[in-house]
Design a protein around this ligand. Structure first.
Ligand SMILES: NC(=O)c1ccc[n+]([C@@H]2O[C@H](COP(=O)([O-])OP(=O)(O)OC[C@H]3O[C@@H](n4cnc5c(N)ncnc54)[C@H](O)[C@@H]3O)[C@@H](O)[C@H]2O)c1
Length: 296
């Protein structure tokens, strides 16, 4: 048995669900680059093949169990970690009940199959939405962080909050299990940055997520750091970039849009209001990218 102070064997063979999606594509590439042996799982085939891929409908437990256990012909090595990103990725894309049915079943099946197979490392995508987006009710303070209870305001977010709760119980059932929930901000690829200067005109345009974002490459960094974590138990982390999407200062934005909300630290000029101090401290996360490097 591995104690919290004793590093486990490094994870090498990792399944990534949602591998064909926006974040999944970058995560797969990043992990492969870093020497991980990646098995890509999605119900949609990847646009550019390369990484070993199996089409799986994660709402079917049998398919999940088969894929993770190395039961699929041509993909016979069991995995020792799972990165679970597959989901309907936002509210309102399909009906609420369809969002809930897909996302809750997929996540339960991944967590439960991992448990059955004694996979002891799970990193999964939670969401910034559990912090109270779209903040029609103002945040309790800024920068927001992991210190207050989830405040889901949509079915999509409710499901993410329930997944965090589910993870707590899976870790209670298996004291050797490490689960890392990443509350990603709005995922951006480089080509998305062209639109950022247009956000400046109206502070209310991006108030819904406190003007935050996450560069997919920094999201992938956070996933890898989650896989490197060996302390058993569940932890959740807000994962955003170090700055906002705006040219105006963060202090100005708060004063205009959320007057009266407590500002808990002295804010840097463009400092994120989605607090990443816990991710920095516990995971060693440090964003490497900013939309400002791609502007103009
Ligand atoms: N995009 C964002 O801004 C954002 C923000 C916070 C959190 N997240 C979370 O990050 C994760 C990845 O988001 P994304 O932007 O890459 O989404 P995406 O839609 O681009 O990718 C999700 C992938 O999951 C797959 N999928 C969904 N249900 C499935 C199922 N039942 N079986 C197999 N595959 C299934 C889809 O085919 C798709 O390829 C999601 O969990 C999402 O909720 C996204």
């Amino acid at each position: 048995m591995t104690s919290p102070t004793q590093p486990a064997d490094p994870v090498r063979r990792v399944a990534v669900t949602g591998s064909s999606g926006k974040l999944g594509r970058t995560v797969v590439a990043h992990l492969a680059e870093r020497g991980y042996d990646v098995l890509a799982l999605d119900r949609t085939r990847p646009a550019s093949p390369g990484t070993p891929f199996v089409a799986v409908d994660l709402t079917d437990y049998g398919q999940v169990l088969e894929a993770l256990s190395g039961g699929v012909d041509e993909h016979t090595t069991p995995v020792d970690a799972v990165v679970h990103l597959a989901a309907v990725p936002a509210p309102g894309l399909v009906t609420n009940a369809a969002t809930f049915a897909n996302n809750s079943a997929a996540t339960y099946n991944v967590f439960a199959a991992a448990r059955a197979l004694r996979i002891r490392s799970i990193v999964w995508a939670s969401s910034e939405t559990v912090l109270g987006l779209p903040f029609d009710t103002p945040p309790p303070y800024v920068p927001v962080d992991e210190e207050y209870d989830p405040r889901p305001e949509s079915t999509y977010s409710l499901n993410k909050a329930l997944e965090e709760e589910m993870a707590r119980h899976f870790c209670r059932w298996d004291p050797e299990l490490t689960m890392v929930g990443l509350r990603f901000s709005n995922v951006m690829d480089i080509e998305d940055y062209a639109a950022f200067p247009s956000f400046d005109a109206d502070a209310s345009l991006r108030k819904w997520n406190l003007w935050g974002y996450i560069d997919a490459r920094d999201g992938a960094q956070a996933v890898r750091l989650g896989l490197e974590r060996t302390v058993p138990g569940v932890e959740v982390f807000v994962i955003a970039n170090a700055d906002t999407v705006m040219s105006r200062s963060s202090a100005d934005l708060v004063a205009e849009v959320f007057p009266g909300v407590e500002v808990r630290k002295e804010l840097g000029e463009h400092e994120t209001l989605l607090g990443i101090d816990k991710a920095r401290r516990v995971l060693g996360y440090e964003p490497q990218h900013s939309w400002r490097d791609h502007a103009g």
